[in-house]
Design a protein around this ligand. Structure first.
Ligand SMILES: CC1=C[C@H](O/C=C(C)\C=C\C2=C(C)CCCC2(C)C)OC1=O
Ligand SMILES: CC(/C=C/C=O)=C\C=C\O
Ligand SMILES: [Fe+2]
Length: 557
């Protein structure tokens, strides 16, 4: 902790009470042509420091803004320019003394190179935010992840690798990476690890994205990039699930096979870099496997989703994004759920289910009869009503041009029931009335002690409408089928992350951590009580926070 808190950096930590923070992050006005944001020096009485802060983009009269359908950019969708910052935050409220460790959150923090603005939320270069909690104090910071893609863009002032939706101009990347063959071999694919971060059972912390080469080891104390996580096996392939299941004893993931449509289910032990195959699922429909951004497990099974939103090899090679990016919607190919026994690799169920679209599975568990026999697997996810338009809604232009219209497509907690008695069909229904959480639903977490087990609570982002993005934090009670919502006007909160109190016996005994980007350009870390879902503490950053994706908890050594 000390190395992080007090090391010299771009921003320096200096006591909140009497000194000066030579910070800071400059936010850049993007998304419309008025150019750079205006930067001001403002005195922040809470820190008693001089803080260089970024104001929002130049003000226009509201009617003109409306006419041009543009918004002064919300800080959530604004790049952080400075590579790193670190410092202690003043805390309002009380951080529980038991909360000792580091919350890490990964996400895209930089959405431009020079004057070129990226188009999609998922294109941004990875930025890691760290919140170090100890003795009721909070030391925070951020740092750009030094992927090859990021370093090359910085060095050459242009995009050099293929991102989620951005493709380098032929002269750029051919000049950069060499011959055309690289396009097919994956050499030109990004290693921009901007999606999640996990702590392996052996303590290594790895940032991840959809590309296997985008697995990057970081130091959780300093947020420094330590190097690539090299898989030492010869399983090959270019992509994997961005959300492996990681526990103290294993790392499980899915490797989609685009050539012979299917998925390899693989496992890696702590201390090892070698993934071993548990088994293989062959696809039941479609020309390619369904997108597997995430998947769930139960105590004994791995659930392999086969979504009708499928990878598309042609789209992978295209220079311009298609409406569904690297994917294609194949309703005729149907949707399936497969269940594989973790111990034997055998498939114990493979059922057709209603069409669905999900990024994130929440959890899964085994349903038993009175004799203790497993009759079904229940798998819950944030389900977008089989509507793929959510991908389009996450374009930066759409996120930045919110004019108060209610354009966020409806979503729900989708509950799959997968029978294990050989029936050919499974069910998919809403686990609770979606009105409970404003018909918005994504970015979920649970108490990790309940992974794969029957559970009651999930935390996620919901919606207070009208909105164009999930804007509430919601605690879902799956037994009572109720939700409790946290909302602050104009705020964009990131994934609520549950950390259990050591020794807790109740499922919701702990805190929920989120980072909030505010309407006025500021940002703060927020702690809610896991049980009451009331605020217990918040700590303001000296700069606005861009939106982030997924996090993990690293307990104090
Ligand atoms: C979040 C988030 C980030 C992310 O994607 C980033 C990339 C580079 C993904 C690329 C690809 C696919 C999504 C499909 C298959 C090909 C490939 C290019 C690797 O996705 C997210 O959801
Ligand atoms: C931010 C997001 C979806 C929001 C939908 O409402 C998905 C992120 C994927 O990692
Ligand atoms: Fe995700």
């Amino acid at each position: 902790m000390a190395s992080f808190a007090f090391s010299a950096g771009v921003g320096r930590y200096i006591s909140p009470s009497n000194a000066m923070v030579s910070v800071n992050c400059e936010n850049r006005s993007e998304g419309f042509s008025l150019g750079e944001g205006i930067f001001a020096r403002k005195r922040d009485p809470r820190y008693s420091v001089i803080t260089k802060v970024a104001t929002q983009a130049p003000t226009m009269v509201p009617s003109l803004e409306k006419e041009l359908a543009i918004d002064r950019n919300h800080v959530a969708w604004t790049s952080v320019r400075q590579e790193r910052w670190e410092g202690e935050l003043a805390v309002q409220g009380e951080i529980p003394l038991w909360l000792s460790g580091t919350y890490l959150r990964n996400g895209p923090g930089l959405w431009h190179i020079e004057n070129y603005n990226f188009r999609h939320l998922f294109d941004g270069y990875a930025m890691l935010v760290g919140l170090h909690f100890e003795n009721g104090r909070l030391i925070a910071g951020h740092r750009q992840i030094q992927s090859e893609a990021y370093k090359a863009a910085k060095k050459n002032n242009k995009l050099c690798y293929r991102e989620f939706s951005e493709v380098p101009k032929p002269d750029n990347f051919l000049a950069y990476v060499g011959e055309l063959a690289n396009l097919f071999s994956g050499v030109s694919l990004t290693d921009n690890a901007n999606t999640g971060v996990v702590r392996l059972g052996d303590g290594r912390v790895v940032c991840l994205t959809e590309t296997q080469k985008g697995s990057i080891v970081v130091d959780p104390d300093t947020l420094e990039t330590l190097g690539k996580f090299q898989y030492s096996d010869s399983l090959g392939g270019l992509i994997h699930s961005a959300h492996p299941i990681v526990t103290d004893t294993e790392f499980l993931t899915l490797l989609p096979d685009l050539l012979k449509p299917g998925y390899l289910v693989v496992r890696m032990e702590p201390g090892s870099n070698e993934r071993k195959v548990i088994g293989r699922v062959d696809c039941r429909g479609g020309p390619a496997p369904g997108w597997v951004h995430s998947f769930p497990v139960t105590e004994h099974y791995v659930v392999v989703p086969e979504m009708p939103l499928r990878y598309c090899a042609q789209n992978l090679l295209r220079a311009e994004p298609t409406p569904l990016y690297k994917f294609e919607w194949h309703p005729d190919s149907k949707g399936f759920m497969h269940v594989m026994c973790k111990a034997s690799g055998k498939i114990v169920a493979s059922v057709e289910v209603p069409l669905y679209v999900t990024f994130h599975f929440i959890n899964a568990y085994e349903e038993k009869d009175e004799d203790g026999r497993v009759t079904a697997v229940i798998a819950d996810c944030c389900e977008h009503n089989a509507d793929t338009s959510i991908l389009e809604k996450l374009k930066l232009q759409n996120l930045r041009s919110s004019m108060g219209e209610d354009v966020l497509p409806d979503a729900r907690v989708g509950r799959f029931v997968i029978p294990l008695d050989g029936s050919p069909y499974g069910k998919l229904e809403a686990a609770l009335d979606p009105e409970e959480h404003g018909k918005g639903m994504d970015m979920c977490s649970i108490n990790p002690a309940y992974l794969g087990k029957k559970y009651r609570y999930a935390y996620a982002c919901g919606a207070e409408r009208p909105c164009n993005f999930p804007n509430t934090l919601t605690k879902i009670d799956l037994f009572d089928k109720k939700a409790k919502n946290w909302y602050e006007e104009g705020a964009v909160p990131s994934e609520p992350f549950f950390v259990a109190r050591p020794g807790a016996t109740e499922e919701d005994d702990g805190v929920v951590i989120s980072m909030v980007s505010e309407k006025n350009g500021d940002g703060y870390a927020l702690l809610l009580d896991g049980s009451t879902f009331e605020e217990i503490a918040r700590a303001k950053f000296p700069y606005g926070l861009p939106y982030g994706l997924h996090g993990c908890w690293v307990p104090k050594k």
